[in-house]
Design a protein around this ligand. Structure first.
Ligand code: AMP
Length: 470
C-alpha cells in the first residue's frame, strides 16, 4: 500500500485553556479568531478531570461547532486546533486535530502547528518497533514517542520525546490531569500564554486572547515545556534555548494584523515594510492600492511614505477563503478570480502602484495586474513588501518545492513579463529586518529561509517525500 506522508505540513492555529467552566466554548471562540490559519478542519478536546472528549470535523470553525453540543463537552480544560493541509493529504478527517489517543494508562490529546521534519524517520523507527500509526500526520509521532518512554513522570516522558523531534513545532498536549505546552528550540512558530481571570490560555496568535477578553502574559520561550494544572504553571526546558527564529512570513502574511508576535504588532510591522519599500523602490504613479486583506497595511505605509493617495483599487469578496490556502493550483486560480475585483472608477486612466505582501507562485499578481489593466489602469507597478521567495519552507508552510516558486526560476525581468506588470520591485532583506525588528525591546531573530536560503534547522533527509509500506 502506498502512503504519502509529505504534504501534510500544517500552517495551523492552536488554542488551549485550563481552569474555566466554559473551556470548550471559549476554545471555539479562540479558534474562530484564528480561522485564517487553517480552513480545512477544526476540533476541540475537553477534559472533565476523568476523561477526554473529542469533537472535530473537516470544514470551517463555525460549521464544525454548529454540530457541537457544548453541554456534552463539559470540563474545565480544553485544547483546539484549526487545520490547513496541503496536497497529498488523502486522510482528511483522520488528520483533523486534536488527535486523541486513549489507553488503559490514560488519554492523551495533541494539537500541533508546524512541521516535524524527521517525522518520516521517526515513523519508520516506531513501526519497526511495533507501533501502528493511525494517521498520516507528522503530529502523531509525538504521541507514540511519549507512550514508549520509560520515564514514569509524564513531564519527563514528554521532554524526552520532544528532544527527538527536528523542525518547527508548537504543541499543546492535554491529559485528564494536565495541559502541556511546548515550543521548538528556535521558536519558529508563534505561541503565547495569557490569563482569563484565574484560567490560563494559550494561543498561536494573541488575537485569540482579545476575542475572549483574556490578557497577554508572555511568549512561550524556545525550547520551553510548560505544565499547567490546578497547581498552577510550571516551566522547564527540554532543549537549550537557541536564538529565536520566528518565521518572517508570520509578519509578512500569515498572522492577523491585530496580533502581536514577540511584542511586535503585525499591522505596524507591515506598515513599516511598506514604508521601507517606498524608500527603496519608489514608483512614478498616481495612486497606491493594496491586495486585500494582508497587503493593506503595507500599502498604507507605502502611500504615506511616498506621498501618494492610498485608494481601495481592489476589493475582496469576503465569502471566499484564502486563495493560497487551497490545495491545488486549479482551485487557487479560480479562487483569485472569485475573490478579488478591481474598482474601475479608481484605477481607470491611472498609473497604479499595486502592493502585495509576497509573490509565491505568481498566481495572484498575474491575475490582479490583468484585472487592473482590464479595468483601465494605464500602468501597473507591482511592489512586493517582502524579499523574493526563492527557497522551499520545511517549517510548516506549503511552499515545499523550488519548482513552484516563480522567483526561483525567473529573473526579475522575466517575472515582470510573466505577470504583465510595467515594473516590479521587492523589499530588501535589510528592509524587512528593519521593519520587523524596529521597536523591539528584546533582541530576537527571524527566520528568512524562504527568502535567503539560510535555514536555521537543517533538512535531514530528502526522502521524506513519500514512502511505500507493504
Ligand atoms: P501566489 O499567488 O502563489 O504568488 O501567492 C502569493 C499570494 O498569496 C499573496 O497575495 C499573499 O498574500 C499570499 N500568500 C503568501 N504566502 C502565503 C502563505 N504561506 N500561505 C498563504 N498565502 C500566502
Amino acid at each position: 500500500m502506498f502512503t504519502e506522508i509529505k504534504g501534510i505540513n500544517e500552517e495551523c492555529g492552536v488554542f488551549g485553556i485550563w481552569g474555566h467552566e466554559k473551556a470548550a466554548e471559549l476554545t471555539y471562540y479562540g479558534l474562530h479568531a484564528q480561522q485564517h490559519r487553517g480552513q480545512e478542519g477544526a476540533g476541540v478536546v475537553v477534559s472533565d478531570g476523568s476523561s477526554l472528549k473529542l469533537h472535530k470535523d473537516t470544514g470551517l470553525v463555525n460549521d464544525v461547532f454548529k454540530k457541537a453540543n457544548f453541554s456534552e463537552l463539559n470540563g474545565k480544560a480544553a485544547i483546539g486546533h484549526v487545520r490547513y493541509s496541503t496536497q497529498g493529504d488523502k486522510d482528511g478527517y483522520g488528520n483533523v486535530q486534536p488527535l486523541l489517543f486513549q489507553s488503559q494508562q490514560g488519554s492523551l490529546a495533541l494539537a500541533h502547528n508546524g512541521n516535524v521534519m524527521n517525522a518520516y524517520e521517526l515513523r519508520g523507527e516506531l513501526e519497526n518497533e511495533g507501533s501502528i500509526l493511525q494517521t498520516t500526520s507528522d503530529t502523531e509521532v509525538l504521541a507514540h514517542l511519549i507512550k514508549r518512554s520509560t520515564s514514569t513522570k509524564k513531564e519527563d516522558a514528554i521532554s524526552e520525546a520532544l528532544q527527538k523531534l527536528v523542525g518547527a513545532y508548537s504543541y499543546l498536549i492535554l491529559t485528564e490531569e494536565k495541559m502541556y505546552v511546548a515550543l521548538d528550540p528556535r521558536g519558529i512558530r508563534p505561541l503565547s500564554i495569557g490569563r482569563l481571570g484565574d484560567a490560563y490560555v494559550v494561543a498561536s496568535e494573541t488575537c485569540a486572547f482579545d476575542l475572549i477578553g483574556a490578557t497577554f502574559e508572555r511568549e512561550v520561550l524556545p525550547g520551553e515545556l510548560i505544565t499547567i494544572s490546578d497547581d498552577g504553571l510550571d516551566s522547564t526546558r527540554f532543549a537549550m534555548r537557541e536564538q529565536r527564529r520566528m518565521c518572517a512570513m508570520e509578519y509578512v502574511y500569515l498572522s492577523r494584523p491585530d496580533s502581536d508576535l514577540n511584542h511586535v504588532n503585525v499591522h505596524a510591522s507591515r506598515k513599516r515594510m511598506g514604508m521601507e519599500l517606498a524608500k527603496e523602490a519608489p514608483a512614478d504613479a498616481d495612486v497606491v492600492t493594496g491586495v486585500p486583506d494582508s497587503s493593506i497595511s503595507a500599502a498604507i505605509g507605502y502611500a504615506e511614505q511616498i506621498g501618494l493617495p492610498y485608494e481601495m483599487g481592489i476589493i475582496k469578496n469576503r465569502y471566499i477563503g484564502r486563495t493560497f490556502i487551497q490545495p491545488s493550483q486549479e482551485l487557487r486560480e479560480q479562487g483569485v478570480k472569485m475573490k478579488l475585483s478591481p474598482v474601475r472608477k479608481i484605477v481607470e486612466g491611472k498609473r497604479v502602484v499595486m502592493i502585495d505582501d509576497s509573490i509565491v507562485r505568481g498566481t495572484t499578481s498575474r491575475r490582479i495586474v490583468r484585472m487592473l489593466k482590464e479595468a483601465g489602469a494605464k500602468e501597473v507597478h507591482v511592489r512586493i513588501a517582502s524579499p523574493s521567495i526563492k527557497n522551499p519552507c520545511f517549517y510548516g508552510i506549503d511552499m515545499s518545492t523550488k519548482e513552484e516558486l516563480i522567483a526561483a526560476n525567473n529573473s526579475l525581468a522575466e517575472l515582470c513579463e510573466k505577470i504583465g506588470a510595467d515594473s516590479v520591485a521587492y523589499l530588501s532583506e535589510s528592509g524587512l529586518e528593519e521593519a520587523i525588528v524596529k521597536d523591539k525591546t528584546i533582541h530576537q531573530g527571524i527566520c528568512t529561509a524562504c527568502m535567503t536560503g539560510r535555514y536555521p534547522v537543517k533538512k535531514q533527509n530528502e526522502s521524506v517525500i513519500s514512502y511505500t509500506k507493504s
